[in-house]
Design a binder for this molecule. Structure first.
Ligand code: G6P
Ligand code: BGC
Ligand code: BGC
Length: 924
């Protein structure tokens, strides 16, 4: 047993007792004994002090990111929920470190049926001393060999075995299967392991052995295995407590209180690692000379001080040191000390437990002391039992104080006045020591009276629990794989995006030539961007986005002033009759004029009409087809300016001069062009999506003139309606398209714009639920509802600051039962869908800027893009992803994106102003 540390020899010269040395035995022996045993007495106040100080250290460590090294580690274990009981399957568990110099392999079968347990088959292997202190590779190779030896005796099918690695040492975990050893404890000190990922070391060793196809899917601390292994009784165990060779506890903390988890929500099992608790203020008074001696001779002096007062590896040694001390002072064994008694580690936990066990009786104590080469008197036996009692009582009380600190923390983190909780306990000290558990429970009752605690002894040392975690890890790993498979089609690479760009450029050229193309490339009769000389008051209408607006735009020397009012377009009007829609529009205009005191004034009006229109002139636009949820009858194929004028005439209200009809992309380009003359492209990514740009007039078939420019409304929303985007379209895009009011139409728009992204996400969530990946496979009613998952949720969910918290709040409001893992998956789905949308939009812009550059035969092009639309403006990453994609696909174009402040209404007014200025010039 010298792995407690290399100092056994020191005592040899002291083997002769006071009587043998002819020295008088001290008369005040009882005083000396009392003084010695008194050292192990811990007062209620001291226990409270320890409870309070440990609680403070725990909360400090939760808040800070490990600077300075906290008294206790508070390590997240990535176990986020207690067992559902639904976990099932066969799992291999490898236990290393829980039971000192032994390693255990278990075959655990989880039945998935509550209360139905299959007793695990297991095999224990003694770890040779030189392996515990040798090179790390040797230890992991030893573990791999034990695994193989165990499996050699079990029928193993070819398919890969899933293994849970119970590794009972302090580790920084970054996932269920990623864990870096911080420091060895409990007699282990292998080289080349601290700071390494122990899962990788085990995987490498298994690989080196190459005997079995074993997948290490989870690494678990023994306290977690103990907690997860407890039968879900009245209430699930939310604390795991181990007192074996070492000691430690874990509990389910609110994840948001764990700083390193960055605002996560839900719960996270945290391994306290209280073995390293060493607050001199609290511990100083209870540390005895024997504790210092034990620590001094240990493998890790100065570390794990709290553990060295409680752990089974140390209790025997503490007793031995006290016995040696008392013998040396002649009050025990007549002052005789045997070589065995002077040998470090010669008294084990089981010795202490037996010597204290009233049922074991004096005979057993006598036998144990005889084995140590001693011939105890009856008084010696009584004193030895008192020493064992003192050492173990203190250990149990200290452990009780520590557990009381954890319970107080749990109560605080749950903000409960009282706490009902079940604590799973495991470890040889609990199993072997007759009174440890009861003393501990009494101490907890004393120190945490507001907690109603039930103790659930672990039945198999946590093997079942480790298998539970492994099952959860395996399930999560399988789910992550299914999630990746589901989202893979949304992960577009550079080659695919460049193909979209090239296809769009070809479609643009064909559209301009008037050939078959999914891009209609509609001339807008806007030939110039504003030059700043425009002046006057104009009315503007802005229809087709989220809101319908009526605006008064005053273009003056000092700039442009806008007064506007938002009006709603009820769905029944948007999908009613055309007459009803345009009468509604005129009603809004009249209402606006009344409110603005414009009644009776006949101001020129610019009409932003954000739908595909074949323009015959600036004030004539034939609606080709509705998009974005509009479907008013008797409009398609009609001149919408005429329909508006008819509505004005029907109202007999005022004479309005409709001067121009512009697409919102054109309005946006003009609006931004007023500030930046480089702005020659308009981009909308809102309810719908589209772009326009200044094309060379010579390239525009069907419009007279070879010089100068014409703004072209690309109507890129329809890109791919000829099937050219088929290779990118997913089953979810097909579902969204089929359920839309214009199936087969606007395919590009349906992959990008705000009206559809939420729906794509909803369909993916339904699919993942059907695979059992989300919401435990429970089909959720509300997710069956169209448009229930708003696109604005993506913008909120993907906001960097409050990711998971936001996800849960939003989805809980939707009535979705959510685990943190579900939340993380929903976030990844949203990210994949919005990223694809932004990249496709970027590929489109890259096609446009490259066309302009090539049109002008330029090496480099500097151009600005006026942008509007809720999705582009509100989504936290959309705009930067678009810009990044353009930089990658059109490196020879310096593109600036200008977010339009005043919307395209201002643009419509400016187009009207330009038209009026040009008309004025002709007249003079
Ligand atoms: C602004 C413009 C509208 C445009 C809309 C698109 O509001 O003024 O003309 O239609 O953006 O974005 P949205 O998200 O509203 O569909
Ligand atoms: C380790 C813990 C472990 C405990 C009980 C301690 O030495 O640091 O990780 O849980 O022993 O085995
Ligand atoms: C329409 C375009 C419009 C775009 C953005 C599309 O659905 O077809 O005309 O520019 O939405 O609002």
């Amino acid at each position: 047993m010298d792995f407690l540390g290399p100092v056994g020899l020191l005592h040899e010269e002291k083997t002769l007792g006071c009587s043998q040395k002819g020295l008088p035995c001290p008369s005040n022996s009882s005083e000396l004994v009392q003084k010695c045993l008194q050292q192990f007495k811990v007062t209620g106040a001291q226990l409270q002090q320890i409870q309070a100080s440990l609680l403070a250290s725990m909360e400090q460590a939760l808040k800070e990111r490990a600077s300075p090294v906290p008294a206790v580690q508070m390590l997240p274990t990535y176990v986020r929920s207690t067992p559902h009981g639904t976990e099932q399957g066969d799992f291999i568990v490898l236990e290393l470190g829980a039971k000192g110099a032994s390693l255990r392999v278990l075959w655990v079968t989880l039945t998935g049926t509550e209360g139905h347990r299959v007793v695990p088959r297991s095999q224990e292997f003694v770890i040779p001393q030189e392996v515990m202190l040798g090179p790390g590779q040797q230890l992991f190779d030893f573990a791999a060999h034990c695994l193989a030896e165990f499996l050699d005796t079990h029928p193993v099918s070819s398919q890969s075995l899933q293994l849970g690695f119970s590794f009972s040492f302090p580790c920084h975990q970054t996932g269920l299967d990623r864990s870096t050893l911080i420091s060895w404890t409990k007699g282990f000190r292998c080289s080349g392991v601290e700071g390494q990922d122990v899962v990788q070391l085990l995987r490498d060793a298994i690989q080196r052995l190459g005997a079995y196809n074993i997948d290490v899917v989870a690494v678990v601390n023994d306290t977690v295995g103990t907690m997860m292994g407890c039968e879900p009784g009245v209430r699930p165990c939310e604390v795991g407590l181990v007192v074996d060779t070492g000691t430690n506890a874990c509990y389910m903390e609110e994840a948001q209180h764990v700083a390193v988890l960055d605002n996560d929500r839900g719960r996270m099992c945290v391994s306290v690692e209280w073995g390293s608790f060493s607050d001199n203020g609290a511990l100083g008074p209870v540390l005895t000379t024997f504790d210092h001696a034990l620590d001094h001779e240990s493998l890790n002096p100065g570390d794990q001080r709290f553990e060295k007062m409680i752990g089974g590896l140390y209790l025997g040694e503490l007793v031995r040191l006290v016995l040696v001390h008392l013998a040396h002072h002649g009050v025990l064994f007549g002052g005789y000390t045997s070589p065995a008694l002077l040998s470090q580690g010669s008294i084990l936990l089981e010795h202490v437990a037996e010597m204290e066990d009233p049922s074991a009786g004096v005979a057993r104590v006598h036998a144990i002391l005889q084995d140590l080469g001693l011939s105890p008197e009856a008084s010696d036996i009584e004193l030895v039992q008192h020493v064992c009692e003192a050492v173990c009582t203190r250990a149990a009380q200290l452990c009780g104080a520590a557990l009381a600190a954890v319970l107080s923390r749990l109560q605080r983190s749950r903000e409960h006045q009282t706490l009902q909780v079940a604590v799973a306990t495991g470890g040889q000290v609990f199993e072997q020591h007759p009174r440890f558990s009861s003393i501990l429970q009494d101490t907890v009752m004393l120190l945490a009276p507001q907690c109603d605690v039930s103790f659930v002894p672990s039945v198999d040392g946590g093997g079942q629990g480790v298998a539970m975690v492994t099952a959860v890890a395996a399930r999560l790993a399988a789910h992550q794989l299914l999630l990746e498979e589901t989202l893979a089609p949304f992960r577009l690479n550079r080659k695919q995006l460049a193909a979209v760009q090239a296809q769009m450029q070809e479609a643009m050229a064909r559209g301009l030539r008037g050939e078959a193309s999914s891009l209609r490339m509609l001339p807008t009769y806007v030939r110039a961007t504003p030059n700043g000389s425009e002046r006057g008051d104009f009315l503007a209408l802005d229809l087709g986005g989220t809101n319908f607006r009526v605006l008064l735009v005053r273009v003056a020397t000092g700039g442009v002033q806008i007064t506007s009012q938002v009006y709603s377009i009820p769905e029944c009007v948007a999908q009613g009759s055309g007459q009803q829609l345009f009468d509604h529009i005129v009603d809004c205009i009249v209402d606006f004029q009344d409110k603005q005191g414009l009644s009776g004034q006949s101001l020129p009006l610019g009409f932003t009409f954000s739908f595909p229109c074949r323009q015959i002139g600036l004030d004539q636009g034939i609606l080709l087809n509705w998009t974005k949820g509009f479907n008013a009858s008797d409009c398609e194929g009609q001149d919408v300016v005429y329909l508006l004028r008819e509505a004005i005439r029907r109202r007999q209200a005022v004479e309005l001069k409709v001067v121009a009809i512009v697409n919102d992309t054109v309005g946006t380009m003009m609006s931004c062009g007023y500030e930046d003359p480089h702005c020659e492209i308009g981009l909308i990514v809102g309810t719908g999506t589209n772009a326009c740009y200044m094309e060379e007039l010579r390239n525009v078939a069907g419009v007279a003139g070879d010089s100068g420019h014409m703004c072209i409304n690309m109507e890129w929303g329809a890109f791919g309606d000829d099937g050219s985007l088929g290779m990118l379209s997913t089953r979810f895009d097909a579902s969204v398209d089929q359920m839309s009011i214009n199936p087969g139409k606007q395919r590009f728009e349906k992959m990008i714009s705000g009206m559809y992204l939420g729906e794509i996400v909803r369909h993916i969530l339904l699919h993942l639920t059907s695979l059992g990946v989300l919401f435990r496979g429970q089909q959720i009613q509300c997710l069956q509802t169209r448009d229930i998952f708003k696109t604005k949720f993506l913008s909120e969910i993907e906001s960097d600051s409050l990711a998971l918290r936001q996800v849960r709040a939003i989805l809980e409001d939707l009535g979705l039962p959510l685990t943190s893992d579900d939340a993380q998956m929903v976030l990844e789905v949203c990210q994949a869908v919005s990223q694809r949308a932004a990249q496709l939009c970027g590929a489109g812009v890259a096609a446009v800027v490259e066309r302009i550059r090539e049109n002008r035969g330029l090496e480099e092009l500097t151009v600005s893009v006026g942008v509007d639309g809720t999705l582009y403006k509100l989504h936290p990453h959309f705009s930067s992803l678009v810009a990044a994609t353009v930089r990658e696909l059109a490196p020879r174009c310096a593109v600036t994106f200008l977010q339009s402040e005043d919307g395209s209404g201002k643009g419509a007014a400016l187009v009207t102003a330009v038209a009026c200025r040009l008309a004025q010039k002709i007249r003079v």
